[in-house]
Design a binder for this molecule. Structure first.
Ligand code: NAI
Ligand code: 15L
Length: 266
């Protein structure tokens, strides 16, 4: 197998549960971690339940790891204090441990909410400035910046995967654009881990959907080609002639419903 031990954070979450089953062929051992209960370790698994905000625990968890899939943290908008602990301190602890333990490569589950304040009429790529739409989005920008720093300073390689909407199927008209099938997610992770060199790469995590807002040419060296598309779900969300509507904040911006959240500095 290509890796001795891959660490998956966020293993009890929606994507973590999917990945737990799918990444086994890549490593002798998959180390699973989360704040929440993950059940017992299966064959070829190790389970480490800990809080990413606990620096000593994160350092201990990194022992013997050769690659990290960092999916743990708060995955929606929340009060800043909670985001600060899980996403900002948690990701800082993770990178410090990665550096200290000599881990070569990380895939960071970033989010489209790092760029959610672009309009749905804009087309952007990895070099456009971030425009977070929430404190959650700000925390993903922090992870992207932090990983850039650890690459420039220490040579730790990271792929920041700005995931669109990765669910069994799209849940809204917006998600026909942002949909990222589980199969495409797994393939994007495989490419991110197996590519000879990734340096610091930002890739948009989306299937081959019509009407895309994101241009992935700057991540072409990873060799990822999406195989799925949201077109098969078209009938579920009949066009209402209103999307994107200039007076509807939820469809005017790429971050969609996250723009409807109130400010979360509390
Ligand atoms: P989720 O909320 O289902 O899973 C996140 C997991 O992280 C949970 O099991 C939670 O217990 C764990 N966690 C939270 N705080 C923690 C802490 N302080 N220490 C340790 N573990 C902690 O989210 P989901 O959908 O599985 O997403 C996984 C990752 O991918 C997240 O980082 C999310 O921001 C990112 N993402 C997901 C998208 C999607 O469409 N599912 C879209 C964009 C980004
Ligand atoms: C995210 O970042 C969230 O983690 C996920 O729950 C979805 O809301 C997704 O973005 C989205 O924009 O659809």
């Amino acid at each position: 197998k290509p890796f001795k031990r891959i660490l998956l954070t966020g293993a009890a979450g929606g994507l973590g549960k999917v990945l737990r089953e799918r990444i086994k062929p890549w490593a002798d051992i998959v180390r699973l971690s989360d704040l929440a209960d993950m059940g017992p370790a299966g064959e070829g698994e190790e389970v480490v339940q800990c809080d990413l905000a606990d620096k000593a625990a994160v350092l201990a968890m990194m022992e013997g790891v050769d690659a990290v899939l960092h999916f743990g943290g708060i995955s929606v908008e929340a009060p800043f204090d909670a985001i600060l602990q899980a996403n900002i301190l948690g990701t800082a602890n993770l990178y410090e441990a990665v550096h200290k333990m000599g881990v070569r490569r990380v895939v960071f589950a970033s989010s489209n909410h790092a760029i959610g304040f672009y309009k749905t009429t804009d087309m952007i790529d990895a070099d456009d400035p971030t425009r977070p739409d929430t404190m959650y989005g700000v925390s993903k920008c922090f992870g992207e910046s932090l990983s850039r720093y650890y690459y420039d300073r220490f040579g730790v390689e990271t792929v920041c995967l700005r995931i669109g909407s990765s669910f069994p199927e799209p849940l809204s008209a917006r998600m026909l654009v942002t949909y990222f099938s589980y199969d495409d997610l797994v393939e994007a992770l495989r490419c991110s881990l197996m590519a000879a060199r990734v340096g610091h790469t930002i890739m948009f995590g989306m299937s081959d959907n019509p009407g895309k807002w994101w241009d992935n040419r700057k991540a072409a060296h990873l060799g990822f080609v999406a195989k799925d598309s949201s077109t098969k779900f078209n009938g579920k969300f009949p066009p209402d002639g209103n999307y994107p509507a200039a007076d509807d904040i939820g469809s005017m911006y790429q971050g969609g419903p996250f723009l409807l959240n109130g400010p979360q500095y509390n």
